[in-house]
Design a protein around this ligand. Structure first.
Ligand code: SAM
Length: 390
């Protein structure tokens, strides 16, 4: 079959334009991030004690002239998306620091400024709508601003950020490695749309990109952060020594980027709706780093002392949800498709156009509507670290 004419050549959107295309689905509909971020919420609650203890261990900032005033404390949430997770994280940071100031200075409090940062394609309108509603109910405890840009670039002036957090975001790369888009090369990702199970050369190309991106991220934060400030990051990751991006077989079968997704793409190929080359030219720009890869990035860039660096796992949804879905696998298939669309629809649509994109997610939904998948548990690997700017 002749290759269909696609809306945007892969090279355009996956390299130079990725930042205009990548975004979690906005709004409040079925496929919105707001309604499909349970696993990220679980990850946040799992890592919350670590975040709180790293904030409790920092020295509190005070005015150098000791005139009973405090500097404004600036908090940046990098890759904030939109929804309750976004506010939970910043609320935890501000409340923990407020308690610290209260204990040490007996009621003396600095003012707080929170920056919600994400790519320009993020639904900032919804974020500020929700924030305004929230602030009407609770008395506001911080001033808020939005910053549209990539966390792989500088976002703030030098030495101005006291706490930078980034949750479930840093596994998104800045681009697909260019050599992965060279047709016929050893790094062309034949038969796949992600790197789980891919050829060594393809995985190495992603690892190289991940290293470059981590260095850029740390270099920018090193410039922007105040000495003594805390950098806290939670991202999708893999355990020490693991070659595979996703550990066990059940997780691989259920993970949104792996087996079921690959089968749905193969369905489009088998039905003649796209050709193999079209499928192979699509790649998901994520990489699960190991704790060692993170530590090596800090060694290369310097300027930080790692306080904690851990690998953890969380599950894709709660047991209560699982029990509900066991009674209704069709609803499960739909929920699974919504979840995948939340994260990757914007990219698939830019690549295939809306019609073929709908076809792909219909195939995905059908394949996910099985009791077999429902009985499996998908573990998400997480790498969490906190570091002090020295
Ligand atoms: C899965 S969401 C996580 C949102 C939120 N932090 C949470 O924990 O629920 C990942 C977010 O990272 C953002 N992101 C990905 N790459 C980015 C980049 N280079 N710069 C800024 N944000 C980025 C995405 O747009 C998305 O909103």
């Amino acid at each position: 079959m002749e290759s269909p004419s696609l809306p945007m050549p892969a090279k355009d959107w996956t390299t130079t334009s990725l930042h205009r295309v990548l975004c979690m689905q906005g709004g409040e509909g079925d496929v919105s991030y707001i309604n499909n971020s349970d696993s990220q919420a679980l990850a946040i609650s799992l890592s919350k004690p670590l975040l709180i203890s790293s904030l409790q261990s920092i020295k509190l900032f005070f005015s150098p002239d000791d005139d009973h005033t405090f500097p404004t404390i600036r908090v940046a949430d990098l890759g904030c998306a939109t929804g309750s997770n976004t506010f939970n994280t910043v609320d935890t940071v501000v409340e923990t620091l407020r308690r610290g100031y209260n204990t040490v200075y007996g009621g003396g409090q600095p003012e707080f400024e929170a920056f919600f940062c994400d790519l320009p394609s993020n639904d900032f309108n919804m974020l500020f709508k929700l924030l305004t509603e929230k602030q009407k109910i609770e008395s506001s405890t911080y001033f808020a601003g939005g910053v549209a840009g990539s966390f792989y670039d500088r976002l703030f002036p030098k030495g101005t950020i006291h706490v930078a957090v980034s949750l479930s975001a840093l596994h998104w790369l800045s681009q697909i490695p260019e050599k992965v888009l060279e047709k016929g090369s050893k790094t062309w990702n034949r038969g796949r749309t992600w790197i789980e199970g891919a050829e060594r050369e393809v995985v190495d190309a992603f690892a190289e990109q991940s290293e470059k991106d981590l260095d850029a991220f740390l270099k920018c934060r090193k410039e922007e952060m105040v000495k003594g400030g805390v950098l806290f990051v939670l991202m999708a990751g893999r355990p020490s020594g693991s070659v595979s991006q996703i550990g066990d077989e059940d997780s691989r079968a259920k993970h949104p980027l792996t087996t079921t997704m690959e089968q749905a793409w193969q369905d489009l190929v088998d039905e003649g709706l796209i050709d193999e080359e079209t499928r192979d030219g699509f790649n998901i720009p994520t990489y699960m780093r190991s704790p060692e890869e993170v530590a090596a990035g800090f060694d290369r860039i310097g300027g930080f002392k790692i306080e904690k660096l851990e690998y953890m796992t969380t599950i894709d949804h709660t047991d209560e949800r699982k029990e509900e879905w066991k009674k209704d696998p069709v609803a499960y298939g739909r929920a699974r498709s919504n979840l995948v669309q939340t994260a990757v629809r914007s990219m698939v649509e830019a690549y295939l156009g809306p019609d073929l994109c709908d076809e792909l997610f219909k195939r995905y939904e059908k394949r996910a509507t099985t009791r077999e998948l429902l009985h499996m548990t998908c573990f998400y690997g997480l790498v969490v670290f906190s570091a002090i700017r020295i």
